[in-house]
Design a protein around this ligand. Sequence first.
Ligand code: FMN
Length: 398
Amino acid sequence: MTQHKSRIYSTEDARRLARRRLPRLVFDFVDGAAGREIGAARNVSQFDNVMLQPRVMADVAQCSSATTLMGQSYKVPFGIAPMGMCNLVHPKADKSMANAAKAMGFPLCLSSAASTSIEDMARMAGSHAWFQLYFGASREASLAMVERALMAGYDTLVLTVDVPQVSRRVRDLRNGFTVPFAMTPQAFFDFASHPRWSMSTLAAGTPRPMNFTDGNGSNTFDRGASRSGADWAFLEVLRDKWPGKLVVKGVTSPTDASRIRGLGIDAIYVSNHGGRQLDSVPPAIWLLPLIRDAVGPDFPLLFDSGIRNGEDMIKALALGADFVMIGRPTLFALGAEGAVGLNALLKCFAADIGVVMAQLGITSIDQLGPDVIFENTASETGHSETRTQAALRLAAKT
Ligand SMILES: Cc1cc2nc3c(=O)[nH]c(=O)nc-3n(C[C@H](O)[C@H](O)[C@H](O)COP(=O)(O)O)c2cc1C
């Protein structure tokens, strides 16, 4: 067994260490959410209300966490969610994620608002890189970005549709967080009191949204601009123009999900943006079985929002996801310890999956379904009837 060189054994470790190492402005950008941040907290806490039913005496000596999604094989059932400006937490964040994706055989979704360009990420992560599109200044500007992704060799495009307008995130407003940075006295003090971060990050060059530059190299990113051009008509145009796999991210309504499926989209990415857009959004794990119900048993579903360990991943896979994506935990780990922290946390997740599968008496990911969910969940919690009923409906179908 290789030595664990990190202080990170869980997302909670990573978050605690990141909170210490990062300037408040940066930590809050990652950790914060919309409104009173109740939706974000509920995403996480509702996983605790889903319980799993152990099964004994199965032969689980040969256990595999490999899976397929949209015809592609992956060694693990998880990837990294698109997140803007990752190099804010560590100057080599994007590079470290690309290396981890290649080493562990999972997809890494580059955000439109990334601090690494579409072309550089394609060079770093090769076929492991997906590209996430935010509708930009206009339809033409958005399609130009899509064209860049195509030319750079991406085969999977993820259109994010749950940010018609960036929400009010109180911590960012209070901290004066802007992209690119405005060096206010408050920010100066914040950076000065975190010299390790400041020396490495600012020395490497202040991270910028690298996909938004004009011909003169000036930044054209407007974080507050409306992205509501990502409408049904645009989705149809995109389907027409994008020859590869097309995924729609940020879907929480079964009705929307059915309609998206009808447009020939390859997969739906169930997500409430980690509670960063609407505080009163239902917890994502509640929505998942309802959307599985709406799109049928075989349609590819990805999931994020609230995943904090491998056990959570197993719950999401059992409740209807084919694949899960990790958001904040990766940035906490990178912020805490760079590549060492990221790799340590990802290994914890992979190890969790193997151990939990063994406890459930299963040897492959495709054996996960509603029957591994402890049926009494609803009466135990009093809050999860909808999810459990949906899970049971699903179970009755299979
Ligand atoms: C710092 C940060 C930046 C994000 N930027 C994007 C983005 O550019 N595009 C996008 O589709 N989602 C973005 N997201 C949302 C994530 O893809 C994902 O849906 C969310 O983090 C899941 O919630 P969780 O981190 O609580 O698990 C961002 C999330 C965070 C934390």
